[in-house]
Design a protein around this ligand. Sequence first.
Ligand code: SDX
Length: 397
Amino acid sequence: MSQSAADAAFSKGLEGIIAGETSVCSIEQGGLFYRGYEIHDLAQNATFDEVAFLLLEGHKPSASELARFKGEIRAERPIPASVTQFLKDAGPALKAGTAVPMDVLRTGVSMLGHLDADCQSVSADANMRKAKRLLAKIPTIIGQMQNVIDGRPIVAQETGGDPSLDHAANLMYLMSGQKPSPDYARVVDVSLILYAEHDFNASTFTARVIAGTLSDMHGAVCGAIAALKGPLHGGANEAAMEMLKEIMHDVGEAGIGTDKVDSWMQRAFDTKRKLMGFGHRVYKNGDHRAPILHKLGRAIAQNDTKNPGGHPALQWFKLGEQVQKIMLEKKNIHPNVDFPCGLTYYTMGIPVPQYTPIFVASRITGWCAHVLEQHANNRLIRPLSKYVGEPTRSWNG
Ligand code: SDX
């Protein structure tokens, strides 16, 4: 049944509107579920590679299915030489800060599209092959980009990593040339589990809108990367850490736990500043993922001998906890997953501009699962708008 704008419901930002059906994920105030599995269960008992299989293939993998899947991903890790060359060419702009890793990653994925033999097909088989290639190659792009920024030779260029390492550990290895400790690898693995999927968030919805025109998967993923980059969405993990650095700079390490932090926050409230890593369109009583990552990140910080940003790692968590407490007391707003993510990745020494690309290395699974679902049962996504412009008038007056 068609509907005119005059009698349709309107909600700014589509808040509260059900815009489609999905069997990939459900979000409730009481829980987050990937294909029926609750997020605490997955964070505790699954690996990211298993969750990637679950999201893409639709069920929990058997041991042999997982081994097959991991083999397929490993084989697809290398990227074409022309993409490596593009990353090298982007080096000066990345170092100067005129290009940011999310933009370079988006272009890299776009190049992968026109080099992919399946690019123009939207069949289920072609889409699955492309999803696996994207999952495999995105860490290689991120790793090579970081190598270029740091001025080290490309790590494992021929293989796209170390075949003994799973997705998360391999990503860390590709970025730094160092294999992470089992503790660090597990924390990054869990962060990727938590980031993998979140129903109709802005980037996934973007991917579905693009896929809904019967456009291709790489195009949908490029659009999704652009949407995720924004600080109101995935870019918040970088913005949250930048904000904490600003607070630390202003109050000093000695100011943590004192009313200097309260005063900083009050100034932010007075100027109606958005506090990055806080709030959520759907969760009003807290993001289920945030405490899981906070606990793991804090444990890493507690045992850490490194000195991130000139301060002991635990001090950053103490500052973050004070900020959280003030936000809850004064505004009744909880942290979202990006807040502990920023703290955790910072403690681990991961460069801040790569936090959102790492989000991509995980969310690619959710995006591709949604593109597969959209193409399998497609209808063009085309809402109405509420016209608020000039009344009808004549060109000749
Ligand atoms: C992600 O959708 C998803 O599922 C996304 C995600 C995923 O996994 O895909 O979960 C990942 O994107 C997490 C969100 C990351 N973004 C940020 O951390 C940026 C900071 N947060 C916000 O700007 C905000 O909370 C949003 C964008 C997340 C949600 O915005 P809404 O739903 O449009 O809410 P709003 O901006 O209309 O805020 C409602 C009220 C306002 O106060 P009043 O005008 O009613 O008095 O709450 C206040 C806001 O000012 N508010 C904040 C705030 N968040 C909400 N005030 C200060 N700082 C904040 N962060």
